[in-house]
Design a protein around this ligand. Structure first.
Ligand SMILES: C[S@@+](CC[C@H](N)C(=O)[O-])C[C@H]1O[C@@H](n2cnc3c(N)ncnc32)[C@H](O)[C@@H]1O
Length: 407
């Protein structure tokens, strides 16, 4: 039996605790970790920190906690929708805090138009071409989403418009025929209820939450962030930073792009599903779907070779050993970049989980530490956040690894 401290520690490695946290809670990103974990990491850093870099920003947990501590940040994120969420939760919130009355008034106006929609079915609005995404929604739901989209497009103030777009994206999955259970998939009949499809209700709820947080917490965001590139391996920063706190893609096949396809389409970051594979293949090779003939892996690290060879013998899909070799090659390129952008004696904190394929355990933490060492990062501390058993009873864990850079 785990005690309450252990349970809390385990939860801190997931997004769950963020659901109660102002601003962090606006968009639920299951692949993220919690602000509590990152605040703890900041508190135990052995150095003073004025600037940080987050190479895999996701929903922006690290840059937002940094901004709440008054620390400026730079970030990269391959998914343009997630980059939008990160920027909005920090930079737009800061803009909103300087124009609070105006923003709150605009959001209140939007709410009253939506309330009108609830009673007046004959409202004029534009019709959109959802490029094949119609199949993920009931017709009535999509019609109501189009009304909300049209209202948002007519907001003149760019700050209020960005916030309203976040609110729309936050209800994209809930109101669809899909559900997130690890990955995004069609929901079974008993997994949705009658309220799930109430677009106006969910949108108004989200707008209320955002308005409340803007009113009460926008001043807590005391520093800004800068989106420097989509790809971590290609980041260029205006100066060296003191620290990196991040969680890279795990070697477990999560398709971060496909999991947000509804949001990507609703906010016009993609046209159709045809745009997804290219976006996905630009990211770190962490799933068999990212193994493609377009990309060759120049070399496999000596430390990784024994695992690749074992997988070549037993894997049920021949892409698995290629993926494992490619993952560590990609992560090496990220670490090379981190060595360039972190100052001497700076700190690098990494949240990572290990994996298994066909009964072959891949000690991702150990292999990453060996590759980090090649790039000047010395492991000075590590902590296990939680453990779990895979379907074949292998013990897997999520850890935080803490390194110091010696240039
Ligand atoms: C585990 S998630 C990070 C979640 C984040 N810690 C949070 O709290 O929201 C990993 C992220 O890395 C992004 N990613 C994958 N390949 C990337 C690359 N080459 N450069 C930048 N981001 C990448 C994915 O889109 C995903 O959002």
């Amino acid at each position: 039996m785990k005690n309450s401290v252990e349970v809390r520690k385990g939860l801190s490695g997931t997004f769950a605790l963020n659901k109660q946290e102002p601003i962090h809670r606006w968009y639920k990103y299951d692949e993220g970790y919690s602000s509590e974990l990152i605040l703890n990491e900041f508190n135990r850093l052995p150095i003073d920190v004025e600037s940080i870099f987050e190479p895999f920003a996701g929903s922006g947990t690290t840059p937002l906690v940094a901004a709440q501590l008054g620390i400026e940040s730079y970030f990269t994120e391959i998914n343009p929708f997630m980059a939008y969420i990160t920027e909005t939760k920090i930079n737009t919130v800061r803009d909103a805090s300087n124009n609070q009355d105006e923003v709150v008034k605009n959001l209140a106006e939007l709410k009253s138009i939506i309330l009108d929609f609830q009673t007046n079915v004959k409202y004029e609005h534009s019709h959109y071409d959802y490029q094949g995404f119609e199949k993920y929604y009931d017709e009535m739901v999509l019609n109501n989403i189009s009304k909300v989209k049209w209202c948002i497009e007519n907001i003149k103030d760019p700050i209020s418009k960005k916030l309203a777009r976040v609110a729309l994206s936050a209800i994209a999955v809930k109101t669809s025929k899909m559900i997130k259970r690890g990955d995004l998939r069609y929901a079974k009949e008993n997994e949705k209820n009658i309220l799930s499809s109430d677009v106006f209700l969910h949108f108004l709820d989200k707008l209320n939450e955002i308005t409340l947080d803007i009113t009460n917490f926008s001043k807590s965001v005391q520093a800004s962030t800068q989106y420097v590139h989509s790809d971590a391996r290609q980041a260029t920063l205006p100066k060296e930073v003191d620290c990196v706190i991040t969680s890279p893609p795990y070697l477990n096949g999560t398709n971060y792009i496909r999991n947000t396809k509804l949001e990507l389409q609703l906010l016009n970051f993609i046209n159709s599903e045809n745009d997804l594979p290219l976006l996905h293949s630009n990211g770190i090779m962490a799933g068999i779907n990212s193994v493609s003939r377009r990309r060759s892996i120049p070399y496999i690290f000596e430390e990784v070779k024994p695992y690749v060879e074992r997988l070549e013998a037993v894997a049920y899909d021949k892409r698995i050993p290629i993926m494992v070799g490619g993952y560590f090659y990609d992560m090496h390129n990220v670490f090379q970049k981190l060595k360039e952008v972190i100052r001497n004696n700076g700190v690098f904190v990494l949240d990572i989980g290990d994996s298994q394929f066909a009964g072959v355990h891949i000690p991702t933490d150990i292999l990453l530490s060996e590759i980090a060492k090649k790039n000047g990062f010395e492991l000075y501390d590590e902590e296990t956040l939680r453990t779990r058993r895979s379907k074949n009873q292998m013990l897997l864990s999520q850890k935080v690894l803490r390194y110091r850079l010696k240039k």
